[in-house]
Design a binder for this molecule. Sequence first.
Ligand code: TRP
Length: 462
Amino acid sequence: MASRSGFSSRIGFVAAAAGAAVGLGNIWRFPYETGENGGAVFLLIYLLCTVLIGFPVMLGEIAIGRSTSLNPYGAYKKIGGKRWALVGLFGVFCGVAILSFYNVVAGWAFGYFVQITFGGLLASDNFGGFFSSYIADFSDNMTYSLIFMVLTAFIVLRGVQSGIELASKILMPFLFILLFGLIIYALTLDNAMAGVNFYLLPDFSEVSFETVYSAMGQAFFSLSLGMGTLITYGSYLSKKENLVSAAGIVTAADVTVAFLAGLMIFPLVFSQNMEPTAGPGLVFVVLPAVFKSMGALGTVIGGTFFLLLSVAALTSTISLLEVPVAYVTDEHKVNRITTVIGLALLSFLVGVPSMLSQGGNEGLSEFITYGGETRAFMDMIEDLFLNVGLPLGGFLMSVFIATQWKTASLSAEIASGNSSYEGSMVQRFVNLMITFICPVVLGLIFVITVLQKFLGIQLPFL
Ligand code: TRP
């Protein structure tokens, strides 16, 4: 095995794992999913999914990683044998698939930074129209997402410690500050309170099964769970570290940023008399209008915002690329440079159809019909790997811990670096969730989603 580097400290791990967690998922995807799924009620279900299911799954992943010091494939194989190794391999594939479309959206964010700062984007008087034609433009998308993938590969090449850790530690705090500033500004605008109400006062008539599985998919995506990212990051962690507090801090940081992003967006949406259901264009349409209203200062603030969003996305693409890289370097003894370049290129190419599916190419934009709706290629990838693949990965991991590794080994691993864990309430909670609640809930969600969403079978009681 190539020499395995490690994180320099728990702060390094937490910064890197929080960097992986915080990204487009929080600032781009969470607000529009919330807007499309009824507002506050979605927020509530999302929070429940995060605390009750996400947190225990995260602890499980980190513990498996640290215990085996291996990539997901190697880790599952070491504990559970060849058949279980397929679960790890599935995670590696999910990583490439998710990276492929994630990188496209990261390219949009990066392009917005460039266009606002240097291209006079804010002079437009139709940001909705601008966004639609922007994402349909192949050459721009191609350029920005290629630049983005090169940056990702470059940082991953520098290795865990100097690359990933550094990028996360230095740049993440800036994002927090800017979000806060924008929230305060948003709350001063006319009609802001309508946005706050939409976001914070649940309307339970809006709940459907789709709300639940969308919230679960979003929770897994946002926390970077279900495909072994945290197995990989955990494998670089020392035995002295307290995994419960590390997972707690990462979860809290992730939820906080998503929550704040919502608190920023909805007052802005309502103060501009826009619809919260605008979909993936939400932040790309609402925010430029706000920056424009700020005059010359808006160009600076807007540019900075999309730059920081790009940085947040970068610490996430790094984590997505690191998983297949760890797999190939650990298991196939290929050197790191070749592996990184090869996999970055592969993920970029797999992303090209997604890139073309936003209006650039008709066949890809209306690619496939299932569950009664015609969807773009990118939507299909999201449905398959994000909404179904990640929770399925979490389901398989909990079954794996319950039946193969056993909760005794899980507890022993978590207790290393946390001597009061055995016998604690947290332990009882984690064991109950991992052995019982997670498998049942995630298993049911998987079955019902496949029936309802993909096969279009409406279940009478949902
Ligand atoms: N969590 C990141 C975000 O919210 C995306 C991400 C990074 C991810 N690594 C992951 C999602 C691994 C799923 C699995 O933007």
